[in-house]
Design a binder for this molecule. Sequence first.
Ligand code: UPG
Ligand code: MN
Length: 530
Amino acid sequence: MFYRVSNMPKDGEEGRWFWIGLLGAELWFGFYWVLTQALRWNQVHRLTFKDRLSQRYEKFLPRVDVFVCTADPTIEPPIMVISTVLSAMAYDYPPEKLAIYLSDDAGSDLTFYALLEASKFAKQWIPYCKKFNVQPRSPAAYFVSKSPPHDGGGQSQTSDFLAIKKLYREMEDRIETATMLGRIPEEARLKHEGFSQWDSYSSKRDHDTILKILIDSKDPCSTDIDGSALPTLVYLAREKRPQHFHNFKAGAMNALIRVSSKISNGQIILNLDCDMYSNDPLAVRDALCFFMDEEKSHDIAFVQFPQCFANVTKNDPYSSFMRVITDVEFHGLDGCGGPLYIGTGCFHRRDTLCGREFNQDSKIEWKKHDDHKRQQSVHELEAEVKTLASCTYEQNTQWGNEMGLKYGCPVEDVITGLSIQCKGWKSAYLNPERKAFLGLAPSTLPQVLVQHKRWSEGDFQILLSKYSPAWYAHGRISLGLQLGYCCYCLWAPNCLATLYYSIIPSLCLLKGISLFPQVHTSISFNYSLC
Ligand SMILES: O=c1ccn([C@@H]2O[C@H](COP(=O)(O)OP(=O)(O)O[C@H]3O[C@H](CO)[C@@H](O)[C@H](O)[C@H]3O)[C@@H](O)[C@H]2O)c(=O)[nH]1
Ligand SMILES: [Mn+2]
């Protein structure tokens, strides 16, 4: 800085404005560097002891609702979506306490057909996974290793492997054929009454609520081939009308929050993108270690896992892993009050998502019996619950504002997480060695650019919004966390200084204007360090 100011070309001398611009960029970088220190200062790395959780709380484990969102059967193929669903259904968790909801914003009968197939396949898949402790439990990921496993288990495992693989391939065939043809087989349509809901269907953007409880864990007949209960499985396509804005994923999540509150009402909600399968059957228990900790859990609103990807090559050319964020900065945020909510791979307490403020009574007594009873039959329940996913339900309510995920921001997750933290809650970041969730990263440059543009635009919007980390959050969250949020919210403007710094010096070099000190001077050493 001293060099830049003291050697600035005089008024009228060549290159003065380049120097001033460079000074501006360097001042900005200095300021940004201060912000990033908040993300590095106090890192927290967490470890869980799941066996202790089981010893103390096995009988009192809470109900967990898993929300999987999908929006387009061509970009997000149904076979991938159901692999994610199956990986969650096969969690090592009491099935009567587990419910999986698939929100289909495309309202596609192809996705419904695939889910129906998955509900049948689950009857064999879940017992198989549990018998051989299979990992990962997404069948698509599991069968990528085409040969039978060689890790013991003997003859029975090999024959079971071949049998289940055959079943999977047959199901995959049926689903992919239907997807390719764009229609489902007639006999399947006639066999399941769920398809009748598509009779009045007009288009992706104009249809009634379609809701079907495919497996009801309370039904004694819903069992797998070993006679064990299966987790609840629900398909939901919320109502869409052209005159009502649907608010993208946030709208879908809010409909799911309401619908699930009547069906299973899990105290804990896990949110997954449909391209992100669960890679660790114990992930739910990992997260519960934070929510059920006797000493420190009372203020934890959500537990965020990192976004990791299964389709990234070793060199990761688009930096999809975002290693600095995943392995450094989020641990730093955790030391300041907790990481951001980044949309997928996140466990929430239901009440905090619904807008509850933190106070001293916020602790949940997990050992108090909390049975979710319902009197109605499944059909009555479906009819009643449908109204909760209608377009008009949210009119004149606080949904999208004080309740549920916030509307109007391209990064609905980050702004929702921030507002939860501003209500006094903390979050936790868990980055275990075995990746808990694996997704698909954008694989082409245009896709990467679109995603990054959306994120930086969305984060910048948050800075200027009512919930700005710069002023609204002041006094509500720690200073470190405020600075941490600002760091991400300033991604977009940071590009101006970066662009200036990467373009102008090269142009000046061409014009013979010197911007940096001579190599042999001591000050040039400082520059090379920077
Ligand atoms: O109208 C919509 C649009 C999207 N989605 C689903 O939302 C998820 C995320 O959308 P995507 O377009 O894949 O966005 P990404 O940029 O890949 O998602 C990242 O960034 C988003 C915004 O911050 C977060 O919501 C995501 O969880 C996070 O993975 C997907 O499962 C979609 O199916 C819907 O359900 N309805
Ligand atoms: Mn995505």
